[in-house]
Design a binder for this molecule. Structure first.
Ligand code: DC
Length: 218
């Protein structure tokens, strides 16, 4: 079974993806990680984030091991990593360089320890529209901008990242705009996606609602 979960930042995709992967014993692919890895690598190498060719080169050279190493950097999940990811992900050449490895995962999904899985849960922006258009079930998860900014702000505070609610809100507004307005694979629901607004839901309610939908579809 392949499940895709797309939507804007802090809508509740990651929590839902991890819970569904656990519930159905599926592998989990957080596709934002590949763009964060390319973006952060550019920042660390002091490369120009507006240079598509440089970003394409970094994307083509990115290995799984390097991505895991970069994921341990303090800025991987911060505003710095998020903004850099959003910028490089708008380049068609970068998306093209990273598409096959994302699609190949659905052919041979594996758990984090390398053992094979019977399917995968993808989370990202274009996983139901571009990466896995033949997924068995597609979700598009949203929440109001204020709710998402509040959630992300609390996550940052819990991680000890020094920021303000206003800064998070501004960063998220910019990122949403860039992610939805780019020409290649913009953030938008797949035609057959199940829409879920999680603004008034806690994670337990969100997970229960998604499992109910999957069971009804089975
Ligand atoms: O989900 P995230 O916040 O980790 O994603 C970081 C950025 O990566 C996001 O702003 C847009 C980009 N991204 C994308 O373009 N396509 C995906 N499938 C996943 C993420």
């Amino acid at each position: 079974m392949i499940i895709t979960i797309d939507g804007p930042a802090a809508a509740g995709k990651g929590t839902l993806a991890a819970a569904l992967a656990k519930h159905y014993k599926l592998a989990y692919f957080d596709t934002g990680m590949v763009y964060r890895a390319v973006g952060l690598q550019m920042v660390l190498q002091k490369l120009d984030l507006t240079d598509e060719s440089a970003a394409e080169k970094v994307a083509k050279q990115l290995t799984f091991t390097q991505m895991m190493e970069l994921s341990r950097h303090p800025d991987f999940r911060s505003d710095v990593g998020g903004q850099a990811a959003s910028k490089v992900s708008a380049f068609p050449k970068v998306r093209a360089a990273l598409l096959k490895m994302q699609q190949d995962f659905s052919l041979n999904p594996v758990f984090a320890d390398g053992t094979p899985a019977n399917g995968a849960v993808y989370d990202g922006r274009d996983t139901g529209t571009v990466v896995c258009p033949h997924a068995d079930i597609k979700f598009f998860v949203t929440a109001s901008m204020e709710v998402r900014a509040e959630r992300r702000y609390k996550e940052f505070v819990a991680k000890g990242i020094n920021t303000t609610y206003e800064k998070v809100l501004q960063d998220m507004t910019e990122r949403d705009k860039r992610d939805s307005e780019r020409a290649t694979a913009p953030l938008k629901p797949a035609e057959n996606a199940v829409m879920m607004d999680t603004s008034a839901m806690n994670s337990e309610q969100e997970i229960a609602a998604a499992i109910k939908i999957i069971e009804e579809r089975k």
